[in-house]
Design a binder for this molecule. Structure first.
Ligand code: SF4
Length: 649
């Protein structure tokens, strides 16, 4: 961006103020001190200094710092996929220290292309965030549109926008391999889009290091900007305030995490995360019962994959050991939404793993596809959709060949159905007509992470109040208050079948898991939050790295700021809290159809439980905007114009 561009002068002044030419305050430990602004239209690169320490102490990094920058920079009338759209990507002070678990995180924020009116937030782990810091940067601001398909190359000495024609059209796996060859560095790390991103599918992902995805439409923004990939490498590491203290705190944190480290055996028999509570999504959310979904997994060869210096080993690779896909490989991330994605279409066993590899290679967010395709299959079953609109495909539950072909159609927007699958479940339901909108699952037009959350009040609350499809940072809340917070919080165990206490639990979980993300860590490394020393070791890691003296109350405040900034951003684009319970696909709120939770639904406590959550977190229960006192308490008075004056409707 240059000051000469019409209408931009005011924003440039704000940005200058935010990125001080001469620092008045010291740069804390843990920060590289630089943000790279990339204007893809002009091919202009600008190295910006990190904001002053008082702001860093409020926001830390990750989503909050990235969003604060986006709030200052994004034009009010910018469209999610228009030329004025911006992406801000930010790590945190613990990213890439290599001395704590989970220090692997990057969070990108943007206006969601899926909902069009909420925050898009895409976070990823693996190695790419570490490589960005190794190249010398805390974060990136991407703006403009490249003149031709391009990729960004960043190392310690240079930044270049290079011709992406050798990889345009390739899947994410081949793109990653080819770009590493092209840049001539085996240690280069690649974050890239596949065909779905190139075709600007709203739920396209950015895929990095084979096993990791930044979702919620980030890949669509890359495609709209003709940016195929960012390749990063370098040898730098964040400066540490007290390395010895960090080693000690990181060792304690690792000890907390030890009982949760994954094993190969788990991957050989588990039907996925839903197995923990005994419900999966089947046949477009019309059955939850787990049968033989994991059949054949025990014949596979599984390799656990660490993220950068994290011992939890969530990601994994497979070589399928039986059946028609024998010998094929796959790379999977920490979650297992992709399993429920294909269970939802009637598939089981190694068909699921093979199709997951395809969807990741094409770069489509799995929940987005799961719910749109699930709706199409149900419409076929009920006679609302015929072969004239499926390009001849037969959409019978469990038809592997049809699902595989539909993935390709969706990624490339082929045909009537492929294009609507790309657009998402709401537009598809509308186009199908009849009762189809009643069969849709979505929140604010986006897809929840694909698990059957309906039996769980905590996760339903999390998904409903999330930013449109996406959950808030950190899924699920706690049945018991964390042990390290015993001096301020003592409650639980909460009854999973009753609403009392869950709104408060959700607020606390969000604050703490947001805080974990803001420091540049993965909240999967904070999975046993009730364990003694889980939170204290995390906070000691932050303080040893930065030289600060933050308490757990400070962590809750930092997380809370991030939640409030998210509400302000949504309010600026038309979101209101009442969308959380009004703009929801009806099936997501239907009683559980069968199995051990049959008949259960959070709907009987809506909207009260969501309104309680907003009240407790200092926001208006209908508009979702923060109250003036909340802004004052959190030091965010500059956003007073977006406050709601009245606490009650
Ligand atoms: S906790 Fe799991 S997903 Fe998170 S950084 Fe560690 S290995 Fe990766």
């Amino acid at each position: 961006m240059t000051a000469e561009e019409p209408g931009m002068a005011q924003q440039v002044m704000a940005a200058d103020d935010l990125f001080p030419a001469t620092r008045k305050t010291p740069l804390p430990g843990g920060y590289m001190g630089r943000i790279l602004r990339v204007n893809l239209s002009t091919e202009n690169f600008e190295v910006l200094p990190l904001p002053e320490e008082p702001l860093l102490k409020k926001l830390w990094g990750g989503q909050a710092l990235a969003l604060y920058i986006l709030l200052r920079e994004l034009a009010a009338d910018a469209q999610p996929l228009g030329p004025d759209a911006k992406v801000v990507m930010m790590t945190g002070p613990l990213t890439a220290t290599g001395l704590t678990p989970g220090g692997t995180k990057m969070c990108a924020v943007f206006l969601s292309p899926i909902t069009g009116y909420t925050l898009g937030r895409a976070a990823t782990s693996g190695f790419w965030p570490m490589a960005l810091r190794a190249a010398g940067y805390d974060g990136l601001i991407l703006e403009g549109v490249a003149r031709r398909p391009s990729y960004l190359y960043i190392d310690e000495e240079r930044v270049e926008l290079r011709d992406a024609s050798p990889v345009w059209g390739l899947g994410t796996r081949d793109t990653e391999n080819r770009l590493r060859e092209l840049v001539g560095h085996r240690d280069a790390r690649v974050a890239c889009i596949g065909p779905a991103g190139e075709h600007v599918v709203p739920a396209a992902m950015l895929v990095n290091d084979y096993n990791h995805n930044a979702a919620h439409g980030l890949g669509a923004l890359f495609g709209s900007k003709k940016l195929k990939a960012i390749v990063a490498r370098g040898t730098r590491r964040p400066p540490l305030h007290d390395k010895k203290a960090l080693i000690d705190a990181g060792r304690r944190w690792r000890k907390v995490l030890e009982p949760t480290v994954y094993t190969v055996q788990q991957r050989l028999k588990s039907p996925g995360y839903g197995g923990l509570w005994g419900a999966i999504t089947r046949n477009n959310w019309r059955s939850t019962v787990i049968t033989d979904e994991a059949r054949g997994f025990d014949q596979n060869r599984v390799t656990l994959r660490p993220c950068f210096q994290c011992q939890r080993l969530c990601p994994w690779d497979v070589e399928i050991g039986e059946g028609p896909h024998k010998g094929k490989g796959g790379h999977f991330n920490a979650g297992s939404e992709w399993m429920d994605t294909f269970y939802n279409l009637g598939l089981k066993g190694n068909d699921v793993l093979q199709l997951t590899e395809r969807i990741n290679d094409l770069g489509i967010e799995c929940g987005h596809f799961a719910n749109a395709a699930g709706l199409a299959f149900e419409a076929w079953e009920k006679g609302l959709l015929q072969a004239d609109r499926t390009q001849g495909l037969v959409l019978q539950w469990g038809n592997h060949a049809s699902v595989e072909r539909l993935l390709e159609q969706c990624a490339r927007r082929e045909g009537w159905l492929g294009n609507l699958l790309a657009e998402g479940v709401e537009p598809l339901a509308k186009a199908l007509g009849g009762d189809a909108p009643q069969w849709a699952v979505h929140t604010k037009g986006g897809s929840p992470a694909q698990h059957d959350w309906r039996p769980r009040i905590s996760d339903m609350l999390d998904n409903l109040t999330g930013s449109g499809g996406m959950k808030s940072q950190g899924g699920g809340s706690y049945a018991v208050s964390p042990r390290d917070l015993a001096n301020t919080e003592q409650w639980g165990p909460l009854d999973p079948a009753l609403p009392e206490g869950w709104a408060r639990s959700q607020m606390l979980a969000e604050q703490l898991k947001q805080a974990c993300g803001l420091m540049g860590c993965c909240w999967f490394a904070l999975i046993d939050i009730n364990a003694e020393d889980a939170l204290n070791s995390m906070m000691d890691s932050l303080n040893a790295t930065t030289g600060w003296n933050m308490t757990l109350e400070d962590a809750r405040a930092a997380g809370h700021r991030s939640m409030i900034l998210q509400s302000i951003f949504g309010a600026q684009h038309g979101w209101r809290a009442e969308h959380d319970w009004k703009h929801v696909g009806p099936r997501f709120l239907e009683p559980v159809p069968d199995g051990k939770y049959q008949g259960f639904t959070i709907a009987r406590w809506l909207p009260d439980i969501v309104q309680e959550y907003y009240r407790l977190s200092g926001r208006h229960e209908l508009s979702g905007r923060p109250l003036p006192g909340t802004l004052e308490r959190l030091g965010l008075e500059e956003f007073a114009a977006w406050a709601e004056r009245e606490a009650r409707p």
